[in-house]
Design a protein around this ligand. Structure first.
Ligand code: HEC
Length: 396
């Protein structure tokens, strides 16, 4: 459904319009019927608190009235532009299992509260100490993993380093083929672990000079509950395999010029019985002209797609992936604006049948829309030379 976000934004703005005040006005009259303690707090706890909590990955907490008020104009800009929460997808959220979006009602409450004088409400300004608080997320949302793998060493982000990508290789110690149902990451120091990728490296599968592909088990982002595969579907983990864990470290300004250490832990969940293997089908293509990358790939056997994800680093583009089946039916798999900092796997709510002969078309072009003033570097005016996405599917 094209324009889903735009429709929500317009609906929310229309109903917030009656309380619009001049930007930058120092003392806005309180016109908002929504208050922080009654209406805003439950929303920020549920939708923002996974990151915007003390010690969390975001640079500031939004969990109390005092925390949130200085950021109110910025909150308005970020939610209107679709930057926060970070779910840069145009396709309707109901199509995905792991959508992280504000409902029209939540958006309305936030915008009306900002425009209408940010009233605190009655309840005392206490900080929630619940599981929403990122600083205290010491448990695994899926329960205790079958295999708990601490990274082999602690990493120190030196005082002078603000940001760093670090690769760790972790032995799994498994002696036979295993079936992986889910993988999660528990950051040691949540304030600096910005993103993590866990992939399989199978030394036995590489030939001299030809590295085997490294299937991605998890694209982890803070505050996101990992998806557990249904039934017996699983990733195959060969006996000899290691896990390659790449962590994107970044300091929030609180930690600038301080030395910060991290030792994160990877949790692996197994299935006991072998099941349909979740495989990776790369979709890659090169620029057809300066303005777009457009290519198609025909599916050679009946398959079912469960998820799609962009290559790390795709940024500043609007990407549409669609399927045209042999029976003439067409479906948009996803339309989105991949962001380098927020690369994630998009899990379809319903498995997508792609019969043999289905043509998958990828169209990517520079994204010039929804840029809040000064918030992002301008996108490149031309398309990149080539792009790659990956479909996760089952079937032969
Ligand atoms: C998955 C983690 C995550 C979630 C969920 C999230 N944020 Fe953020 N937010 C961040 C990070 C990290 C930053 C720092 C900027 C960046 O790196 O993109 C940020 C930055 C911001 C900023 C500041 C932008 C600036 O001016 O510097 C605002 C305002 C904001 N978020 C509001 C929200 C609101 C409101 C929600 C919930 C509706 C939310 N965020 C949900 C991670 C998150």
């Amino acid at each position: 459904v094209k324009g889903f976000r735009a429709a929500i934004v317009w609906a929310a703005m229309a109903s917030a319009a009656f309380v619009t005040a001049a930007p930058g006005e120092a003392h806005k009259p309180i016109t908002s019927p929504f208050t922080f303690s009654e209406h805003v707090k439950p929303i920020v706890e549920a939708q923002c608190g996974g990151c915007h909590a003390p010690g969390g990955v975001a640079p500031m907490s939004l969990l109390t009235h005092a925390d949130a008020v200085p950021w109110s104009e910025s909150i308005r800009a970020e939610v209107l532009s679709g930057h926060m929460p970070p779910w840069p997808v145009d396709t309707a959220p109901a199509r995905f299992r792991n959508a992280q979006v504000l409902t029209a009602r939540e958006m309305d409450v936030l915008l009306t509260w900002v425009a209408g004088g940010t009233p605190p409400g009655a309840a005392p300004d206490l900080r929630a100490a619940g599981p929403e608080s990122a600083g205290s997320s010491t448990q695994w949302p899926l329960g205790a993993p079958d295999l708990v793998l601490p990274l082999p060493r602690e990493h120190t982000l030196a005082a002078g380093i603000q940001e760093e990508m670090v690769e760790f290789v972790v032995a799994t110690g498994t002696r036979e083929t295993r079936w992986v149902r889910a993988v999660d990451v528990q950051p040691g120091t949540p304030a600096i672990v910005r993103a993590a990728t866990v992939a399989i490296r199978d030394p036995a599968a590489s030939r001299p000079g030809v590295a085997a592909p490294e299937p991605v088990l998890a694209l982890w982002l803070p505050g996101e509950e990992p998806v557990r595969l249904d039934g017996s579907t699983a990733f195959l983990l060969p006996a000899s395999a290691e896990l390659v864990v790449r962590i994107q470290y970044r300091k929030t300004w609180e930690y600038e010029r301080q030395e910060v250490r991290d030792r994160s832990v990877v949790g692996v969940y197994f299935n006991s019985a072998p099941g349909p293997e979740l495989r990776a089908l790369p979709l890659e293509g090169a620029s057809t002209d300066a303005a777009a990358v457009r290519f198609s790939r025909t599916i050679e056997a009946d398959v079912t797609a469960l998820a799609i994800y962009p290559d790390a680093g795709l940024d500043g583009l609007h990407v549409t992936v669609s399927a045209a089946r042999p029976d003439g039916s067409r479906e948009e798999l996803i339309a989105f604006r991949p962001r380098r900092d927020w690369a994630r796997r998009y899990w379809f709510a319903e498995p997508v049948q792609l019969p043999r002969g289905t043509r998958i078309t990828v169209d990517a072009r520079p994204d010039g829309t929804l840029l809040p003033p000064g918030a992002l570097p301008q996108p490149a005016p031309t398309a990149p030379a080539a792009i790659r996405l990956t479909l996760n599917l089952i079937g032969t």
